[in-house]
Design a protein around this ligand. Sequence first.
Ligand code: ACM
Ligand code: ZN
Length: 765
Amino acid sequence: MKCIRTYLLAKVLLIAMPLWALAQAGSQALPAVIPLPVTMTPSTGSFIIDGTTKIVVTDSALNKMAGLLNGYVLAYGNKPLSKTTITPGNNFISLSIDSTGIPHKEGYLLHVDKKSIRCIGHDASGVLYGLQTLRQLWQAGKGSIEVPCYTINDDPRFAYRGMALDVSRHLFPVSFIKKYIDWLALYKFNTFHWHLTDDQGWRIEIKKYPRLQSVAAWRNETLIGHKKELPHRFDGKRYGGYYTQQQIKEVVQYAADRHITIIPEIEMPGHASAALAAYPTLGCTGGPYTTATFWGVFDDVYCAGNDSAFVFLQNVLDEVMTLFPSKYIHIGGDECPKTRWKVCAKCQQRKQTLHLPDEHALQSYFIQRMEQYVNSKGRQIIGWDEILEGGLAPNATVMSWRGEEGGKAAIAQHHSVIMTPETNCYFDYYQSLYAEEPLAAGGFTPLQKVYGYEPLAGNADSATTTYLAGVEGQAWSEYYTSEAQAAYMIFPRALALAELAWTPKSKRNYENFLNRLRGEASLLKHQKINYDPHFDDITYTAVPVQNNVLQINLQSAARGSDIRYTTDNTVPTIQSSLYTSAIEIKNTCTVKALLFNRQHQPTGRLFQQSFRIHKAVGATVTLLNKPIDRFNPGNTTLVNGLFGSNRYNDNQWLGFSGNDLEAVIDLGKQQTVQHLALQVLNYHWQRMWAPVTLQLLASKDGEHYTELYRQNSFPVNGINKVDVPVTPVQVQYIKVIGTNKGVIPAGEYGAGGNALLLIDEIVVE
Ligand code: ACM
Ligand code: ZN
């Protein structure tokens, strides 16, 4: 009752409040429904659910929905509601299906008035989603639950709304998998992509192959720290386990009850180290192999020339397809190095017999042969976008992860596509640039970037509409070392993705989403979802406004808070400068900033960012070659006083794919130069290669250059700092030439593809 009184009081206050106050009153009063429904019409009053409320179900197909509803009510310590088939005069919640009245699949109408709640679905899924909306509308207390009166019409934008989870790198117990499925259902996802096998562990019991349980499910130890930190360090602890077939059946049923299809992924032909450790004859060399103990891409893969590898995988899939009723079976297909195949007699024999032009065609043969098998059992395959290389299997659905190109190419061939570009949909990347973030895979994908993603935005043709099935978020678990850490990385980004997947594009609005997300806090807490709460952190932009002057803008989405900042390296207090408009910086310094709430208390994390003011800040930069779109925040990036971080897509790195860096900086007039500095990134595991040669040159006239410095070796695995004092010279132009590595050599990640040359800033002093 206490809760309801507070709620009513809040409502009375709201009526008396002007609009601006309402906007700032916090989100308690806003119905925090995520994803935002198609239409929501409020009316006055509310409905009270208590022990006397009945659930009316006449359709036995909805008995499970009634059970779920009771579960949600019980979770707040309330009494279960009794079920009836006879509609009383009032005080009931009816669940029904009307496939004509609610025309869209998975759609629903949720009508709440003072006397009753009616949840009508196009199908049982629709009823389920109506109930999820109801859970987000209600204010639950012990004893009773109050639901504000609303009429909500809703249905999804995309038919495929997926979230993945990798259980190979880190294994999560069945209890967590069930919680995850509950969370996905709450946010109206309908697909759970279960990544069950990989180099670091095989996680599904296959009765025909007991060594998958005794060998492939285990690794001797696990990497400590990030995989880029060399030499690798290990914990020395045996790690592993797997889901028994009985557990899998239980999870599949649990998901089905929540209208979630589980798509299992069995990786092939790559990411196979664990399976090869158990059955070494399936590899090209015959082994011995070991289950991988660190993260990456491994050369040992299933032998494409060995029929027994196909027989093994077919037998595995037989058991998998018996356990999982899904129409789609994911067979991986990503990141399969061709190193072994190129020198394997059996693979080469196969290539010759089938007149295949290269190893890409051999991979295509592999996938197509497996597809035929899966199709013969009445199922369809999904593969990562590498399955396009060498020829797409005739009926395959493509999961486009290396950007959007794979998706576009597959749609052009009239194949169904699921978009999951790593730039926007990978939840193993950092969500913030703050130093205190827990160790993550790399890169930078903040909440707003997930929310703002629009799949294949430039392709609005009818083929795209027809073949774009939907979107999926990836949860790779290399750095998910606990359940809490997994949840922190996945949420709230999964909520942003849920809205992208469900809500009409025209209704998506980030600020509005954030308001609802704040309102969602109590439900997230009630669900024990350890989500990342830092989405209101201060962020910044910096633009050179004139030579040697930077304009810094600080932002936060937090409402009702002030930003206070310092430039003298001290932590801001309530006495520090109030941020009201852009700050102009003329000297090298660190800006520190904090949010202060209405009670003048600091909230959130301390923002700190260093800016280096030098002679080239604001200068004109001319580039000979165009940077690659993924790493092209504009030429001024090289002279904006900011260095890039190892979260490499932080918008501070300019990148050249396969071609050279040649940048000319025009200082505007001749100046004395005695010091040059820059950074290049050497992350071979991300296809990023420092230049073969770096040259720094200077000129008075922009035509005749003198070389000041040359470097041919960049030994640091990570950010290589180049810091060069030079004999003072009077010059106007500085030229930086970096020779690209070109094609990535064999044995390295991305072998045969273009190397990326990344540079962040050219400091001139
Ligand atoms: C992937 O991230 N290797 C699909
Ligand atoms: Zn082979």
